[in-house]
Design a protein around this ligand. Sequence first.
Ligand code: SAM
Length: 262
Amino acid sequence: MSQFRHLTSPVPQDVPQQIVSGSIAPAVLDIGTGTGIWAIDFADEHPEAEVIGTDLSPIQPQWTPPNCHFEIDDADQSHWTFGSSTIDFVHVRSLFGCITSWPAFYAECYRILKPGGWIEQAEFSPGFYSDDDTVTDAHIMGDWIKHGKKCFEIMGKEIMVFEKMKSQIEEAGFVDVEERKYKWPIGTWPKDPRMKEIGTWTRAHLNAGLEGWTLRGLTGLMGWSREEVLAYCAGMRADMRNPKLHGIHEMRVVFARKPAAD
Ligand SMILES: C[S@@+](CC[C@H](N)C(=O)[O-])C[C@H]1O[C@@H](n2cnc3c(N)ncnc32)[C@H](O)[C@@H]1O
């Protein structure tokens, strides 16, 4: 997870700053909090805020800042436990493949947000490409998305969330919708030192996650053997180390506001 933190840290933090400066004791909800690292950092940086992190799994640490706590909650339910108009800021990061109906998810975000409250969602592309055609479908890096799409189609979960979230957030009634797009290089191929460093973290993050993300889906849903999946992951690692392949991992961030007078 530390790689993931480095990977997402280049995203500007100006929106949360605006949000918390506009409210006296802002209520902040991090949905699908995972290790809780975002919630903990936010609570540390904004002691005036009350931060709640929710997840299906109780994997969060017990030692947290006094203004941060965690709850078990399923965000894939049609009605959440939070009251209407009670939250100032909803944060969502990397929940692609976890939710059955994103329109229903955004409708709940809208309901629980106070008028004028904010939502921010950051999502990665589930696949990889290059801008200079060095990565093609003949490479595992280029072929990866094909299997991911099939697995999640069988599970009935959307994975192209990074492409759809802006329009779906607009359709849910949010206003002032802004999207920022980032292209993180995979590996050390960029000449620019900052991009080279980001590429190192991107590769480390993907390296750490590959088997966990693929084993269950490819063996359970697609009939691959464990050995086939491990060989496929080894091929992906080789592609990520190949300096001739200029792979890119996209990330998009959307932030938007519930209208002030609803
Ligand atoms: C890729 S992790 C992202 C964690 C965290 N948001 C971050 O950016 O570090 C996805 C998380 O969503 C959680 N999750 C999956 N489905 C969920 C659901 N229906 N409701 C709540 N959390 C869910 C998983 O348990 C996991 O911790």
